[in-house]
Design a protein around this ligand. Structure first.
Ligand SMILES: Nc1ncnc2c1ncn2[C@@H]1O[C@H](COP(=O)(O)OP(=O)(O)OP(=O)(O)O)[C@@H](O)[C@H]1O
Length: 364
């Protein structure tokens, strides 16, 4: 999977861009605030329809403009397609080969991306919502039907919460039953994904850290007994909801379910969130991303495009070198941003293209 052309109009500070990236390493350099991250954000949007900064459309459209346009020509198995995303203040419209994309699988899967930014260390350190967001997006990439399962669950949860807010609890059983069913579909898919990623994680962590530390990744049900869940998921969820009934009445919201679950990241048998150093946490996230790259490569039989935002300044020399070795071995297109070319070992990157970004303009 490769992005062979990118056109931007009125996207943030990138007013008018036409770019022909190379098939392997693409390095974008420039001072702070010139548009490097904006460029990666546009590619991410083209793949996922979402901003990795959770930005609203009005923030993505250049100041003073009414809309922004992101257009890319992508190539997979020697077939190229044009993806276009029109961002208006009220919404987004996607077109594939000039036809409006109406179904999910019209749009998704033409371009897959994996993103690594310095901020993503907060996935280890921060609250569970960041880990759930990562997990849901990762599961969805290879399993489009996950989105329907996730939306079903969210709808039922919303209805159940609405009833908890207004009523005396009557009629809740119907929603509880539906919630239990929908929750299982979400949890099972998340767990299945983690089982696969878990198998790959250790190898990549060792590769990146160059030591023999051990890593673990596990799904953590919130307020539900893990063993009871393995034996009988529906009964375990029902029991947990019963046990939380008083709390639910008091707080007027559903107390357990996938919307509260978390991921556990372990390092040498201890919580990476609480005990790992910054460097170890960074290696953990990077290993997770490498595992995701491998997973996507297997399910699409084509590697995703990797977006590395200003990451070279974040890793030490040895980890950097290990990352470079990983990238060199793969037929994967990579977009790297950096403040200075001296931060990245361009001379080691076979088949590289460098671009300078200044005040929203890109030159080779
Ligand atoms: N909607 C918008 N319209 C015009 N300019 C915008 C818009 N949103 C952000 N910008 C501008 O984009 C610039 C930030 O770009 P970006 O985040 O890509 O910087 P960067 O080159 O990655 O810098 P750093 O190295 O500091 O991360 C800022 O100058 C900001 O004012």
């Amino acid at each position: 999977m490769k992005l062979i052309k990118l056109k931007l109009a009125s996207f943030r500070n990138l007013q008018n861009i036409e770019l022909v990236p190379g098939k392997k390493f693409n390095v974008f350099y420039g001072n702070n605030g010139q548009g490097k991250t904006n460029l990666l954000e546009s590619i991410y949007l083209l793949a996922t329809m979402k901003s990795f900064k959770q930005a609203k459309n009005v923030e993505l459209i250049a100041f003073g403009s009414e809309f922004a346009l992101i257009k890319g020509i992508v190539e997979r198995d020697r077939v190229s397609r044009e993806i276009a995303l029109l961002l208006e203040k009220q919404g987004k419209k996607a077109k594939i080969d000039a036809k409006i994309a109406t179904r999910l699988d019209d749009f998704f899967g033409s371009l897959n991306v994996v993103l690594f930014t310095p901020e993503e260390i907060s996935m280890v350190r921060g609250g569970p919502d960041l880990r759930r967001r990562y997990l849901d997006r990762a599961v969805f990439t290879c399993d489009l039907s996950y989105l329907a399962a996730f939306h079903d669950y969210s709808k039922i949860l919303k209805n159940r919460n609405a009833l908890l807010k207004v009523g005396d609890g009557s009629g809740i059983e119907v929603w509880t039953e539906q919630l239990i069913q929908a929750a299982q579909l979400v949890i099972e898919r998340r767990k299945a994904y983690l089982a696969e990623i878990g198998k790959l994680l250790q190898g990549f962590y060792s590769e990146i850290s160059g030591n023999d530390e051990t890593v673990q990744i596990e799904y953590r049900l919130h307020g539900v007994d893990q063993k009871a869940y393995s034996a009988d998921p529906a009964a375990a969820l029902a029991d947990a909801l019963k046990a939380h009934a008083a709390e639910e009445k008091r707080r007027q919201t559903t107390a357990i379910g996938p919307h509260r679950d978390d991921l556990y990241f372990g390092l040498n048998g201890r919580s990476a969130r609480h005990f790992a150093s910054q460097g170890q946490q960074r290696s953990f996230v990077l290993a997770l991303k490498m595992a995701e790259i491998e997973y996507i490569t297997r399910c699409f039989e084509a590697p995703p495009v990797l977006l590395l935002d200003d990451m070279t300044s974040e890793l030490d020399r040895e980890r950097n070198q290990n990352l470079m070795d990983f990238l060199k071995k793969r037929e994967m297109q990579v977009f790297i941003t950096t403040t200075s070319l001296s931060n990245v070992a361009v001379e080691e990157m076979e088949d590289n293209k460098t671009f300078r970004i200044k005040e929203g303009r890109i030159s080779e």
